[in-house]
Design a protein around this ligand. Sequence first.
Ligand code: HEC
Ligand SMILES: [Cu+2]
Length: 319
Amino acid sequence: MGPWPLDPRGPQAEASSLVYWVLFACAIPVLAIVCGSLIYSGIKFRERAGHEAKQFHGHNLLELIWTVVPTVMVISFTGLSWNKLNEINNVDAGAAMTVKVEGRQWAWAFTYPDQQIFKLQDGTTLVAGEQLDIPVGQKIKIELTSKDVIHSFWVPNLGGKKDAVPGHTTSLWLQADQPGTYKGQCFEFCGEGHADMLITIVAHPQSEYATWAVSAIADANRLNDPRTKVGRDTFLASACVGCHTVKGTPAAGKVGPELTHIASKPNIAGVLSPVNQENLTKWVSDAPSIKPGILMPKFKGILTDQQINDIVQWLLTLK
Ligand code: HEC
Ligand SMILES: [Cu+2]
């Protein structure tokens, strides 16, 4: 099933779905009794030929019942909600890690905690877009803020929603009981890209989380390697980004294939093998002469040989 609050996969979401189901279970008999007796007495005691509507008022026992029962119910609901709200709002106690989340039109950025396992070689901390990776069975504190307008963070299977307000920090906590992928969505209309402001939370078994972190750091280090930075910058500044996606960078084009792992592929576009400096240079310089009719233009003459070489050096690090 997709994102759905009544399919809780963690204690936070369980707390609110429990309140929902208890209230729902009590509301059904109340509805049945109230509507049932209304309809029943409307038919039974109505005025009709040979039957005069009975006139009476006051019935101590009935009045006592319909005062006491709802009072007890409402007080119990208050107690239950109070109790569960305390649990839901208990953000800090026992949190294993704190992730800073910033909403902006129209994406989320996740900054991992200032811990050694999330450090890049340039001393900065791992930041990810769209996807947050967490360990299973641990309480994760989310500190929310916004860069522009009000957004709302909601991953229904894991927990309640919270607004991300510019200039303020709000917080919530999440915990996934099972490994898996949990989808969420910005829940405050925030402009034309609102519908695309998605959230993906991937929960890893605790024993595999450190391994995930190592590979995430390696990916981030590769993309930010100072030795290939010129190539990265040239790539991002040229037409390539309009057609190709490289995860972890702003390049998100969808016309051509994703290049996130181009250096690990067996060939380039199915025609040039292996993926090495020589072949990539040929391809980027003049793809149409290698594979006639493709959409990718020739870059020889548009970019200098040096620029093509810089880009190729960077592409070679995309393993
Ligand atoms: C107008 C769109 C467009 C632009 C601009 C563009 N490409 Fe491409 N690119 C493509 C398409 C389409 C393919 C797939 C060709 C095929 O497989 O038939 C491709 C394929 C590739 C491949 C091989 C991918 C694979 O999976 O084998 C590489 C590498 C590549 N492009 C690099 C670049 C670089 C670097 C730039 C910028 C200098 C660039 N492209 C600019 C459209 C584009
Ligand atoms: Cu939003």
